[in-house]
Design a protein around this ligand. Structure first.
Ligand code: 5AD
Ligand code: SF4
Length: 473
């Protein structure tokens, strides 16, 4: 049994990052014969992509996917630790699954992802949820076949969580959710240690993949008909800083762009590492999309300093303005936390002021959530929940106002949309513009997978409606 260890998870040493090649274990290829699996994924794109790897590994073991949890022989919850409500959702689901397990004791239930990397969560699991079958972390997804084999043979809870800085595993198989757009990890972990954030503890140190591996993955996707990729990392702008060669995110953008993939996006950008060279690449290559997610987190310099963000609101605005001037029609979205410990009403108002200045296309907004082990969790949380909710609502009202006014600029315009499939609504197609605006379009399925010109006929706060252009557009 390997248990998570917070102290170890924080460690950052000069230890060399090793690159391992994933190999399937032929001897386990029938482990899941005639068995089904169901995975629930919580949290960020990184987790969604990990789930794509887990699915492919399970299918190599002959498991087949079912979308009905109650029918599955294996249930996995790929969890998120970023905020308390993500925790609560998972524990709520574990409660539901307990009833299922009571009526069907042979079903195997496992917890993986970021919550599995947290010491106090695994303690809680060992004390209160002994009926679970397996727990594994973010560092050892590649070892799932062995762990599952062990779990299927034993009738006790198997826990294997590594609290390590981490290595890189290449060639993991992936069962991608979409045939048109794909996630491509360019780096793992994070060394920024923003004071509120649990990610550097759950995902290890920053490890950049070798560019040749990334470019080969993208070429493979191009050859398989993919139109869009999103380069993924906790802080993609710092890509390459940990490599022993001079090679930056700007170099990577250029090399990926030359593969000929039609659309490139990248998330998430930390304002601190956004270089002029990156901006030049976005300007130079048409297949790098004019869309940037640039978390500001707060508009108060005192709070930004407490958060360990290493920029001021003035520096953020300078970068924001530079991006808007350099990249025509560029859309910029952000993340904002309200109610960081000791944030005053005046400081919150400074955040509103920054929103008024930047007029973001949209934003993910959050109430500060103390995460065990982070410096911010040790500060006195002196703001009432009522006041935090008030700030969140006021902020959301302003964000929505700018989301709508930004969308209004699209009315009657013709924009390129990658049609991904049907939306939930009947017979309506959906896709995204180059600037990452969701568009609902009437049309038939021959358009799916194509980038088509769409004329915008109506705008809402969170989406646009449009019609596919004929010659008369
Ligand atoms: N509380 C609230 N929001 C958080 N985020 C990260 N950690 C916390 C936390 N402890 C938000 C940040 C980050 C986004 C992914 O989640 O805004 O950019
Ligand atoms: Fe968390 Fe900051 Fe790293 Fe983003 S850059 S993952 S907010 S520590």
């Amino acid at each position: 049994m390997n248990l998570p260890n917070l102290k170890e998870a924080k460690r950052r040493s000069k230890k060399e990052v090793l690159v391992h090649q994933y190999k399937s274990d032929e001897s386990l290829k029938n482990l899941g014969l005639n068995k089904t699996y169901h995975i629930k994924t919580y949290g960020c794109q990184m987790n969604e992509h990990d789930t794509e790897n887990i699915k492919a590994i399970l299918e190599e073991l002959s498991f087949t996917e079912t979308n009905k949890m109650n029918d599955a022989d294996l249930i996995l919850l790929n969890t998120c630790a970023i905020r308390e409500n993500a925790h609560n959702k998972v524990f709520g689901m574990i409660g539901r699954i307990k009833h299922l397990k009571e009526s069907k004791p042979e079903v195997i239930v496992g917890i993986c992802g970021c919550m599995a990397q947290e010491e106090h969560i695994v303690d809680e699991i060992m004390n209160k949820y002994k009926w679970l079958d397996m727990v594994f972390g973010t560092h050892n997804i590649y070892d799932l076949p062995n762990l599952l084999n062990k779990t299927m043979k034993s009738n006790k809870l198997e826990i294997d969580v590594q609290s390590i800085e981490g290595d890189i595993i290449e060639c993991m198989p992936s069962k991608r959710d979409s045939k048109h757009k794909a996630w491509v990890n360019i780096m793992y972990g994070c060394d920024k240690f923003c004071t509120y954030c649990i990610v550097p503890y759950t995902r290890g140190k920053q490890r950049s993949r070798r560019s040749v591996d990334i470019v080969n993955e993208v070429k493979h996707l191009v050859n398989n008909g993919y139109s869009e990729i999103t380069l993924l990392g906790q802080n993609v702008n710092a890509y390459g800083k940990d490599l022993d060669i001079e090679y930056s995110m700007a170099n990577l953008l250029e090399d990926v762009s030359k593969t000929g993939i039609k659309r490139i996006r990248f998330v998430t950008s930390h304002p601190w590492d956004f270089t002029d060279e990156m901006i030049k690449m976005i300007q130079k290559y048409d297949n790098i999309m004019p869309y940037i997610h640039l978390p500001i987190q707060s508009g108060s310099n005192r709070i930004l300093k407490l958060m360990g963000r290493k920029y001021t609101k003035e520096q953020y605005f300078e970068l924001f303005t530079k991006l808007k001037e350099a990249i025509p029609n560029c859309s910029i979205t952000t993340d904002i936390i309200v109610g960081y410990p000791t944030e005053t009403t005046e400081e919150f108002n400074e955040t509103l002021e920054m929103v008024n200045k930047c007029q973001f296309d949209s934003a993910f907004t959050f109430i500060f959530s103390p995460r065990v082990g982070t410096p911010a969790s040790k500060m006195e949380d002196n703001i009432t929940l009522k006041e935090k909710n008030r700030r969140l609502h006021q902020l959301n009202d302003l964000i929505n106002q700018y989301a709508l006014s930004n969308n209004q600029k699209y009315l009657d315009k013709v924009v390129p949309v990658l049609i991904e499939g049907y939306s939930n609504k009947d017979k309506t197609l959906m896709g995204y513009t180059d600037t990452m605006k969701l568009v609902n379009v009437k049309g038939d399925e021959t358009n799916i997978g194509k980038i088509v010109d769409v004329q915008i006929t109506d705008v809402k706060t969170w989406s646009l409606d449009g019609k596919i252009c004929n010659q008369d557009c």
